[in-house]
Design a protein around this ligand. Structure first.
Ligand code: FES
Ligand code: FES
Length: 177
């Protein structure tokens, strides 16, 4: 089947098998290897991307279901050489050890902050409960998400960048590559 998908601001048209998973399409056809596969049971969250602005586990979505949609991967977050505030906060708070869970954690965290711009620790833990960190780095991950929330608040300074879902979509669409 032929599908057309916008991935990180660029349009791709490809032939895929009806059973091809979105994560395999992204990695093997589009080359977005920053999105990783950590399980075969849809429970680790390492493969999380945004599909039309909402986080999804891309191992639980068929590529054909993304036809006509906009996908954002962790590789599409950087702008003009600057990390997204959530990426920056993960970096500054040492919220990664082996880094395997990090792409999915970051994508899920952005989605969580779009729903709740000022989550307390419990809300962050609940928002990320579908994402597993095998290095058990949860404490710093929670810190990073709350730190990012602080920096993304309106009026937080020149680096403030608060993304609602719509803003996130136009952010990606308008950025190009
Ligand atoms: Fe998708 Fe684990 S690879 S949830
Ligand atoms: Fe290693 Fe999370 S940092 S799995």
């Amino acid at each position: 089947m032929r599908i057309t998908v916008t991935v990180d601001g660029t349009n791709y048209t490809d032939e895929v098998e009806p059973r091809t998973l979105l994560v395999h399409y992204l990695r093997e056809s589009v080359g977005k290897v920053g999105t990783v596969v950590g399980c075969d049971t849809s429970n680790c969250g390492a493969c999380t991307v945004h599909l039309d602005g909402r986080s999804v586990k891309s191992c639980s979505v068929l590529a054909v279901q993304a036809d006509g949609s906009e996908v954002t991967t962790v590789e599409g977050l950087e702008r003009d050489g600057r990390l997204h505030p959530v990426q920056q906060a993960f970096h500054e708070n040492h919220a990664l050890q082996c880094g395997f869970c990090t792409p999915g954690m970051i994508m899920q965290s952005i989605d969580l902050l779009a729903d709740n711009p000022d989550p307390d620790e419990q809300a962050v833990r609940e928002g990320l409960e579908g994402n597993l960190c095998r290095c058990t780095g949860y404490q710093n991950i929670v810190k990073a998400v709350r730190d990012a929330a602080h920096h993304m608040r309106p009026g937080a300074g020149p680096d403030a960048e608060r993304l609602s879902r719509e803003e996130a979509a136009s952010h990606v669409g308008g950025g190009g590559e």
